[in-house]
Write a protein that binds this ligand. Structure first.
Ligand SMILES: *[C@@H]1O[C@H](CO)[C@@H](O)[C@H](O)[C@H]1NC(C)=O
Ligand SMILES: *[C@@H]1O[C@H](CO)[C@@H](O)[C@H](O)[C@H]1NC(C)=O
Length: 452
């Protein structure tokens, strides 16, 4: 046993480790240096090349666009895009003083360089008859762009009025077969799918047949200083519609439409909406979530400094029965309401037709903050209608002051069902119906459906 003490073993291990560490450090240093020399060379080549092409301009007029509001300029737009696509940070120009009639078009970014700018100062107009839109889900679509800016003083006008008279349901509300959808769907105006680092600024989008501006499966979205406008009675004309998108900031926007000013759908996380005017419309909504039992997950949503006037609801969370998933971590603060039918609403029994079935499964809703919500309502100040099986948990209301402003509707008292949380005065009117503490239903804060 002599010469094999524990101490000796320790020193052998220590020396071995030191030798290993120093050799690997040398190896790593050599590899790193090689890597950086290689990358520097590549960067230089890349920079030299893109310097020549950077900022190349492609004006749709140079590609045959007439801009007279009558000729079909779709092909000219596609040709300008095909060229803009080939250069880094190129600029596609839609000049002011023209009205470009453009049919359903997809601007694909799949094989494009990054950081393209779509400089919109003129007007892009959809055809006014419905013929172009049969079976078309979107009018102007941008797919798979990395780094893209749409900016300018221009307008995108969806000529939607021909679509609004239809009483048909759209796919957002009711599940219908694909064939049926082909016949009945109404196009959304501007849709981004699968993009990242996207900016939309300055422009106006108006009179969409359906949603005005949609982001689906996007990451890193910035929308600011824009206007959206359609009549308060134009059906399903949501202002900004977010779906499966993360890291989204919307600020300084004027949103007037016939449905939700902003609607936040399943798969959205890290969304910030601030300094927005909303109305007419249906307010700022999370949902509707979980139609047909489709799992829904929404988390970390902040909505602050918002003026809402003449809308159906103010800030709302709505979900269908029979769904799985969760809504976690939502904050609505500094919300000024004026003549809003129902300023604060949670509806876990959302149903827009008469045949909804009762179900025991539901999306769980928890950690929702309502702070500094003030102004006037015309029907009911607060409506918290939560699920029997998954009551709403940890609702926090502080400094809420809502006053009636009758305008012919029947007025109701605040309503709560299975809603748990806490109140910080002042709360006007009183909200006796909110239950203190936790529900006895133990469903946990985690949901396998939404596990990362
Ligand atoms: C929540 O979203 C905000 C943007 O509104 C973001 O800054 C923040 O990092 C997010 N929080 C987490 C925990 O991801
Ligand atoms: C569903 O449940 C609600 C509340 O318990 C009840 O008022 C309603 O009648 C039920 N509807 C159906 C179709 O069973």
């Amino acid at each position: 046993m002599r010469g094999f003490s524990f101490k000796n073993v320790t020193s052998i291990i220590l020396i071995a480790s030191l030798v290993w560490l120093s050799t690997s450090a040398i190896c790593n240093a050599a590899t790193t240096a090689k890597y950086w020399r290689h990358t520097a060379r590549q960067l230089q080549v890349h920079t030299d090349k893109s310097k020549q092409n950077k900022g190349l301009k492609f004006n749709v007029l140079d590609f045959g666009a007439k801009g007279d509001g009558k000729s079909d300029d779709t092909k000219a737009f596609q040709a300008a895009w095909a060229n803009a696509c080939k250069a880094e940070a190129s600029i596609m120009i839609v000049p002011s003083g023209y009205k470009f009639l453009v049919g359903a078009t997809s601007f694909s970014g799949s094989n494009c360089h990054g950081n393209i700018v779509f400089q919109l100062d003129g007007t892009i107009l959809a055809p006014s008859s419905k013929a172009w839109g049969a079976g078309v889900d979107q009018w102007i679509e941008f797919t798979n762009l990395v780094g893209f800016t749409m900016s300018g003083k221009g307008t995108i006008d969806g000529s939607g009025s021909v679509w609004w008279t239809d009483s048909i349901h759209d796919f957002k509300q009711v599940s219908i077969s694909k064939d049926e959808k082909k016949q009945t769907s109404k196009p959304m105006a501007v849709v981004f799918v699968g993009g990242s680092k996207l900016t939309v600024t300055g422009i106006t989008i108006q009179n969409s047949p359906q949603f005005h501006l949609t982001f689906d499966n996007c990451e890193g979205v910035l929308v600011h200083h824009i206007s959206i406008s359609s009549p308060g009675d134009s059906p399903n004309t949501d202002g900004i519609h977010l779906r499966s998108s993360k890291d989204v900031i919307i600020h300084h926007a004027n949103l007037a439409c016939g449905d939700d000013c902003v609607s936040i759908q399943t798969g959205c996380t890290n969304v910030l909406v601030h300094d927005v005017n909303c109305g007419p419309g249906h307010g700022i909504s999370i949902g509707s979530l979980g139609i047909d039992g489709i799992p829904a997950c929404v988390s970390n949503i902040t909505v602050r400094n918002i003026k809402i006037h003449d809308t159906m609801t103010g800030v709302r969370i709505k979900s269908w029965q029979g769904a799985k998933g969760l809504v976690r971590g939502v904050s609505f603060s500094n919300i000024q309401v004026s003549k809003v039918e129902v300023p604060i609403m949670i509806d876990q029994y959302y149903c827009d037709h008469s045949t909804c079935k009762n179900s025991s499964s539901a999306i769980s809703i928890a950690d929702i903050v309502y702070e500094n919500i003030k102004g006037t309502y015309t029907v009911q100040p607060i409506h918290l209608s939560c699920s029997d099986s998954k009551p709403c948990m940890n609702l926090k209301l502080s400094n809420v002051e809502l006053k009636p402003k009758p305008d012919g509707h029947q007025m109701s008292e605040p309503f709560c069902w299975k809603a748990f949380g806490q109140l910080n005065a002042p709360i006007i009117p009183e909200l006796d119906c909110l239950q203190k503490g936790q529900s006895s239903n133990k469903w946990g804060l985690h949901d396998a459906t939404c596990a990362a």
